[in-house]
Write a protein that binds this ligand. Structure first.
Ligand code: HEM
Length: 393
């Protein structure tokens, strides 16, 4: 039984002008709906902040094991089920997350922050010299370079790794992205084999030499977890940065407030994370029969938590569809909540802050030269291309 015919997994819906009203109307009818999806059959869709938080906090009832994203297919589970941190539940989840956690701690991010700021500055100084650029390509350079540093990619391989990642994450068609990915995986495997034999102080070595229950992880699982981190690190920052810059171009008064220093960049980053919510949803599977609001969820049912909808819930956020740069408090769910809270959260905020600050420092005006091209995906919503002219300051 469906409670609405609206398929929230249709990426077209998320770029519609009437999206805010559509989501508000649905949430107004009920905070939970049974919705159709093209690939996964009917799923429960959670649209309110409070219920989203309830589901994300309760990993015993709402499991990530059978997939954390829509699109796998009815009755199918992704290859990394129970082997990747994103696709496991506590206590195994804690074990899989442990070797990577120190690399993303707030202290570690603080230490690397000056390098991130300097690199973002160089990227925008260079872009301004070129004048006419694709803003997506410009901002993508930062997360890719930061990921190469974290993974300890040798200097001699960097250009190749950035090129392959570019293809795997930025190529215009799914086929080309898949092909790029197929080049990346054997490279990661080779690095994992090398570093298990001769570990360094990088993320690859940490995951490659980590023991769960006294045993090293299979090579394939190490690669799966590193790939998960790489994908998470590269795509989301790019989409959040470009969607935010697009919004600021369309609202010059906000750009001016940031430039004047009327709002701290760190505070604005939180609001832009909330407002863009580029990770539109996250998925769970019920482990038992449970009542969610007034709905009886059966064991095995899939539950999609729509982070965008929760982050635009008027019960929690005043004027939720507006960008209020100095919004405080701002307890958004753009980076998730609970056990699976984004491991790269502090890093993502540092990168976004560095990118916005560099843009404000080097660019007087961003003039679009063609309409932006949306990356219409229900997994990461953002831009594939944003051709602009940068007027220097
Ligand atoms: C603006 C940027 C980012 C956004 C919006 C974002 C969003 C999210 C969200 C919503 C989750 C929770 C998923 C769930 O509950 O199932 C998550 C988890 C995760 N993110 Fe991010 N993320 C961002 C940046 C990053 C970065 C920079 C990295 C790594 C360098 C990263 C790596 C991961 C990983 C590995 C997980 C899984 C954590 C776990 O299952 O314990 N993300 N992210």
């Amino acid at each position: 039984m469906l409670t609405t015919a609206t398929d929230l997994s249709d990426p077209e819906l998320w770029s519609r002008d009437d999206l805010p009203a559509l989501i508000d109307d649905l949430r107004g009818e009920s905070a939970v709906h049974r919705t159709p999806t093209a690939d996964d059959g009917p799923v429960w869709s959670v649209l309110s902040y409070d219920l989203a938080a309830q589901v994300l906090r309760d990993t015993a009832t709402y499991s990530s094991r059978s997939g954390s994203l829509l699109g796998t297919g009815v009755g199918k589970v992704p290859a990394g089920s129970g082997r990747m941190m994103a696709l496991s539940d506590p206590p195994l989840h804690r074990e899989l997350r442990a070797p990577a956690s120190p690399f993303f701690s707030p202290g570690r991010v603080r230490d690397t922050s000056p390098d991130i700021v300097a690199l973002a500055g160089r990227i925008f100084a260079d872009a301004v010299r070129q004048r006419t650029v694709d803003l997506v390509e410009v901002v993508s350079q930062l997360p890719l370079a930061v990921m190469c540093d974290l993974l300890g990619i040798p200097d001699s391989d960097r250009a190749m790794v950035v090129r392959v990642c570019d293809e795997a994450f930025l190529a215009p068609t799914p086929d080309r992205r898949r092909a790029g990915h197929q080049q990346l995986i054997p490279y990661l495997l080779q690095q994992v084999i090398l570093r298990r034999a001769d570990p360094g102080d990088d993320l690859v070595s940490a995951v490659a030499t980590h023991r769960v229950g006294g045993r090293l992880l299979p090579f394939e699982d190490v690669v799966l977890n590193l790939d998960n981190i790489l994908v998470g690190g590269a795509q989301t920052v790019r989409h959040t940065a470009t969607m935010s810059l697009l919004a600021l171009v369309q609202r010059p008064e906000l750009w001016q407030r940031l430039r004047d220093g009327a709002v701290e960049v760190e505070t604005a980053v939180e609001e832009l994370l909330r407002w863009t919510s580029v990770g539109l949803h996250t998925l769970r599977t019920a482990t038992r029969d449970v009542l969610l609001d007034r709905w009886r969820i059966r064991a095995g049912d899939r539950v999609a938590v729509w982070l965008w909808a929760a982050n635009h819930d008027p019960a929690v956020f005043d004027r939720p569809h507006e960008i209020v740069l100095d919004r405080t408090p701002n307890r958004h769910l753009a980076l998730g909540l609970g056990a699976h809270y984004c491991i790269g959260g502090p890093l993502a905020k540092a990168e976004l802050g560095a990118l916005f600050s560099a843009a404000l420092r080097h660019v007087a005006v961003i003039e679009p030269t063609a309409p932006p091209q949306y990356h219409r995906s229900v997994i990461n919503f953002g831009l594939d291309r944003y051709p602009v002219r940068l007027v220097p300051r």
